[in-house]
Every structure is written in structure tokens, then in C-alpha cells.
Design a protein around this ligand. Structure first.
Ligand SMILES: Cc1cc2nc3c(=O)[nH]c(=O)nc-3n(C[C@H](O)[C@H](O)[C@H](O)COP(=O)(O)O)c2cc1C
Length: 270
């Protein structure tokens, strides 16, 4: 694998494609990779590769895409974290293979995608992504990025704390404690409407992940921002592994005061 943090920092949402589709060999490699994707929750996420024309699929925010991948999961506890983790693993592999992608959780004709994905009773399909070769950004794409301030990320001290929520963690602390790239991998993660809901409290060899809720992201079936949490967890864990650390996921809510509107999600020990 290429240096993971470089992959994280060179990834961006791609909404303009060259109109030529994906090289069949590359698509086969990605499909084979998808078969073996697992996540720390042991929850199966099913990937469906869809030809846009055959299935009459499109999205108002995209141009030039010929192919999509959708992801389906059975409803249940922790499905969102598992979903975000597994789908991010696939999309980072696509990026490594030279393909552009973008998480699409809202701007799509949902019924069409669900039908094409053969969604069953008891399952959800929160997101899809196009797959293709990146083209020059359209004016529309440029405007969209400006609208959500897509290139902006919150500072370390706004996202991360030491020991409890009262003590912000800055870049210097991260560097001195060998955590800089691990936390950068979270900061650079994609999130719905770039809300960046991830908050992490570092306590010695634990990273406790919390979700800071914004209004309007919990649907009757799932919490979109909890999918953001799974994405960040994948990036954090993969960066740690690439540095030879041994991150392990545990679920054990710490006994600390948690600000209103925030929920505990999971802890990595390392
Ligand atoms: C769960 C999720 C859902 C998203 N849904 C959409 C969407 O419906 N339409 C869209 O254009 N972008 C969508 N995005 C992309 C975000 O807007 C994008 O990741 C964010 O603005 C940061 O930009 P970047 O990915 O280029 O770093 C979604 C991202 C995530 C993680």
C-alpha cells in the first residue's frame, strides 16, 4: 500500500468524471478487494457495482460518471460505524487505484439506487459513490465545494482533547506523543456536509471517539453522522497500523463528563 497518510491527504470528493468509465481490469481488482472487506464490528457490508446506463442511474451533483458502487447493510446496533468503516476502506482502495469517488448520502434518486441494489426488507443503503477517472472540476462542483467549505478542516484543539473535554490537544502535543499523523488521518476524513462530527479524547494509550451531533442527520433508519464516525475510525486505525502500532477497538464508555449533544462511540487502545 502507498503511504496511507499520503492517500488520505490526496483524496478529495470527485464529482466530475471523464465520461470514459473504469478500466475493466481495475474494476475487477476493486470488486475482488470488496469481497474481503471486514470491520471491527464483524458486521457484513454488501457492495454492489452498478453500470449507470444499464440501471438508468445518475446524480444531480455528478457529471461524466459511468459506474457506481452502492453499499447495503442489515439494520442493527453499530451498523453505521461498521458501514462507514467498510465503505471507506473500499473508497480508499479505489483512490489508491487511481479512481475518483465521492460519498453520496443525499443527492441521488434514492429509490432507483435501492432498487438497482436489490435492497431487501431489514436492510439499508445509506450511501453510494460513483467510480471513475477524475476530470477538470466543473463550475458546479467548484461552487458545491465552496458551499460546504470542503477544503477547510477544524483545528486539532477544536477536535481533540487530553484526558477529558476540558483540556484541548494541540499539534505540538500530537507531535510530541507520536500521534500527529493518526489524528491528521481523522481530520482529513470526509464527512456529510463537511460537518466533522468526530471528537477524540486521548488518555495515555486510549483514543475515545465521540460523535458531536448536528441537527438533521438522523433519519428514521440510520444516523448519517455515525457513518462519518466509522469513516474516521477506519482512517485512524489504518494509519496506526501503517506505523506499526497495534490499535484495538473496545466498547467501554469512560467515566468522564461528556458535553451536551455528544455521544460516546468507541475506544481504540494502542
Ligand atoms: C456520509 C457522507 C455523505 C455525503 N453525502 C454527500 C451528498 O449527498 N452529496 C455530495 O455532493 N457530497 C456528499 N458528501 C461529500 C462531502 O460533502 C465531502 O466529503 C465534504 O464536503 C468534504 O470534502 P472532501 O471529501 O473533498 O474532503 C458526503 C460525505 C459523507 C462522508
Amino acid at each position: 500500500m502507498a503511504n496511507f497518510i499520503d492517500l488520505v491527504k490526496t483524496r478529495r470528493s470527485v464529482r466530475s468524471f471523464d465520461g470514459k468509465g473504469v478500466d475493466p481490469k481495475v474494476l475487477e481488482e476493486l470488486k475482488a478487494f470488496a469481497e474481503d472487506i471486514t470491520n471491527p464490528y464483524g458486521i457484513k457490508v454488501r457492495f454492489i457495482f452498478l453500470d449507470a446506463k444499464e440501471n438508468d442511474l445518475s446524480s444531480p451533483v455528478l457529471t461524466g460518471e459511468k459506474c457506481y458502487v452502492s453499499a447495503v447493510v442489515a439494520k442493527g446496533e453499530h451498523m453505521e460505524e461498521a458501514y462507514g468503516y467498510s465503505f471507506q476502506k473500499l473508497l480508499m482502495k479505489a483512490h489508491e487505484l487511481g479512481l475518483g469517488t465521492v460519498w453520496i448520502g443525499g443527492t441521488m434518486p434514492r429509490e432507483k439506487f435501492e432498487k438497482a441494489s436489490c435492497l431487501q426488507e431489514g436492510e439499508v443503503m445509506p450511501c453510494v459513490s460513483p467510480l471513475g477517472i477524475t476530470a477538470k472540476m466543473s463550475i458546479k462542483e467548484n461552487l458545491m465545494r465552496k458551499g460546504v467549505k470542503a477544503d477547510w478542516r477544524m483545528k486539532f484543539e477544536e477536535l481533540f482533547c487530553i484526558g477529558n473535554f476540558g483540556k484541548p490537544l494541540d499539534e505540538r502535543y500530537a507531535k510530541e506523543n507520536g500521534l500527529f499523523d493518526d489524528l491528521e488521518a481523522v481530520r482529513f476524513a470526509p464527512s456529510a456536509v463537511n460537518k466533522q462530527p468526530w471528537r477524540i479524547v486521548i488518555d495515555e494509550h486510549s483514543a475515545m471517539f465521540f460523535e458531536k451531533h448536528d441537527k438533521g442527520y438522523i433519519t428514521p433508519d440510520y444516523d448519517l453522522q455515525k457513518i462519518d464516525m466509522g469513516i474516521a475510525m477506519y482512517n485512524f486505525e489504518t494509519q496506526m497500523l501503517s506505523e506499526g502500532k497495534k490499535p484495538e477497538l473496545i466498547l467501554d464508555a469512560p467515566d468522564i463528563t461528556v458535553p451536551d449533544g455528544m455521544d460516546y462511540v468507541a475506544t481504540y487502545t494502542f
